[in-house]
Design a protein. Structure first.
Length: 329
């Protein structure tokens, strides 16, 4: 049999153990003495394959000097040193997930022996305990679904938020940190080359205010849909500010009211004045009375008397004696 090249390890039959033994140098100690690792197999073919796998790990730079290191030890090291700068809530959440699910199920497994099917089994065992968003990386809308969502954003207070997230891919924590001085809705169309409207994504609501990575700091051109959504949002924000000032002048609690409630108030006051629901729905442009009644109407007349009056007339009943009873009491 041809001799292996230096560094390719060796394979031999151990009569005592009745196994093929593969051996390879995986590193050196502090005195320069080689550290060797062994693999065992029932057949020569299996032994050669295990030895080749061992050598591939050496070539990839895997530290095999500590062959017994476990998944739990690696996870603990990550929890101690891999979450620097994160908030206390983030640290607590990651530790809980790691200890209850990862360490509890596969923490004792040696890292070098960990395989994809081990992770799959762990996830399958926790499907009834963890939410889909925790187990999966995420899911994507279809183009049709995304278009429908953008159409629904036209007059919704979340329209600007949804448009920026969907059309620019901005992270939620970056969107929540945006202020109007980060936004340019005009650009410089006369410049050479023209500068489009843009948004500066330079901050986030993470601990310290920094973005997730240094490369996450970026300035992004705004599509016309985003410009339109932001213009509407700014107009609504300015109107809300002036409306709060007006409420203070009127002696109302400014924190309790927004311009949106004026439309609700119209429906409620008309209903309280006895205007038929069908007429109110037509006035506010509703296709049916269902939305008018369940969403907008905040008041109902406390006592319905029209039916009683009609029955009194039809059957010649005596008039209502409520006032007489009140006088006697």
């Amino acid at each position: 049999m041809a001799r292996r090249n230096r560094g390719d390890g060796g394979l031999y039959w151990d009569e005592t153990k009745q196994r093929w033994i593969g051996v390879a140098t995986v590193g050196y100690d502090g005195r320069g003495k080689p550290r060797r690792r062994k693999v065992h197999a029932r057949t020569k073919t299996e032994g050669n394959e295990r030895l080749r796998e061992l050598l591939r790990e050496v070539d990839r730079g895997v530290d095999l000097n500590h062959g017994a290191i476990t998944v739990g030890e690696v996870v603990e090291a990550w929890l101690r040193h891999g979450l620097n700068g994160r908030s206390e809530a983030t640290l607590a959440q990651n530790r809980h997930l790691a200890e209850v699910h990862i360490i509890a199920l596969i923490g004792k497994k040696r890292l070098r022996d960990l395989r994809a099917h081990d992770v799959d089994r762990m996830l399958a065992a926790r499907r009834d305990q963890l939410s889909t968003s925790t187990l999966q990386r995420g899911k994507s809308m279809t183009l049709s679904q995304a278009r429908t969502l953008l159409e629904a954003c036209e007059y919704n207070p979340l329209g600007a938020y949804v448009s920026l997230a969907l059309l620019l891919g901005v992270r939620n924590e970056e969107l929540r940190a945006l202020t109007w001085d980060h936004v340019d809705l005009v650009g410089k169309p006369a410049a050479e080359p023209p500068t489009p409207p843009s948004v500066r994504v330079w901050r986030s609501v993470r601990a310290g205010g920094d973005t997730k990575t240094r490369l996450s700091r970026r300035t992004i051109g705004l599509p016309s849909q985003c410009v339109h959504a932001l213009e509407q949002h700014r107009s609504a924000t300015q109107a809300a500010g002036r409306f709060r000032t007006l409420c203070v002048e009127a002696g109302l609690d400014a924190g309790e009211w927004t311009p949106r409630e004026l439309r609700h108030s119209f429906v409620s006051l008309m209903s309280d004045a006895g205007v038929p629901l069908e007429d109110i729905a037509r006035l506010v442009g509703h296709g049916s009375t269902k939305v008018t009644e369940t969403v907008y109407r905040k008041q109902l007349r406390p006592v319905l008397t029209s039916g009683t009056q009609v029955m009194e007339t039809l059957f010649d009943l005596p008039p209502d004696r409520t006032s007489e009873v009140a006088d006697r009491s």
